[in-house]
Ligand binder design. Structure first.
Ligand SMILES: [Zn+2]
Length: 176
């Protein structure tokens, strides 16, 4: 709690330095390099599966890190407890375990990175378009779970999900 308050006041004091990044649109202002295949496969092993949330966290983390261009140690704060947390940890190296990542679950897909040396901060968020794409994926997944295992309907939806996930990853890699 104490840490959260300290971070909050520090953030206000450097407000002028906060840069917001909007990700995953054709008019994206983030220009960081896309994650390479090795990083994506490490994330899959670390997280246990490939999903839009972990991929979005990965890109959020990479874009924020590049925008921050930190001189030394960084700390991170994320506002959503979801799959994205693992992507953020892989991208930034700020983890719960090394105490560089704090989590305040407000249901917002946002990431704030701080350069500890300079106090500079970057806030990265996803666009509505990105959130909509993830929502469609979640709805399809939910539908598949209510169907009889192995039924033609379920097989069809699962194919659709796989295509959507592949498309999602490629889209992320292409656009970001
Ligand atoms: Zn996941």
């Amino acid at each position: 709690m104490k840490d959260i308050h300290r971070n909050a006041s520090k953030r206000i004091s450097v407000r002028a330095l906060i840069v917001s990044i909007i990700l995953l649109t054709g008019i994206s202002t983030a220009h960081s390099a896309p994650p390479d295949a090795e990083m994506c496969s490490f994330l899959e092993r670390f997280h246990g599966h490939t999903c839009p949330g972990s991929l979005m966290g990965l890109r959020l983390g990479l874009a924020a890190k590049e925008a921050l261009n930190a001189q030394g140690r960084i700390t991170a704060k994320t506002l959503m407890l979801a799959c994205s947390v693992d992507g953020i940890q892989v991208a930034t190296g700020a983890t719960i375990g090394n105490r560089a990542l704090t989590l305040e679950d407000r249901g917002e897909m946002a990431l704030i990175l701080t350069d500890v040396q300079t106090d500079k901060q970057v806030e990265a968020r996803l666009t509505q378009e990105a959130m909509n794409r993830a929502k469609i994926f979640r709805e399809l997944s939910g539908n598949a779970r209510t169907m009889d295992d192995g039924s033609p309907e379920q097989v069809n939806i699962k194919k659709k999900l796989t295509r959507s996930l592949t498309g999602f990853a490629q889209y992320l890699m292409r656009r970001w």
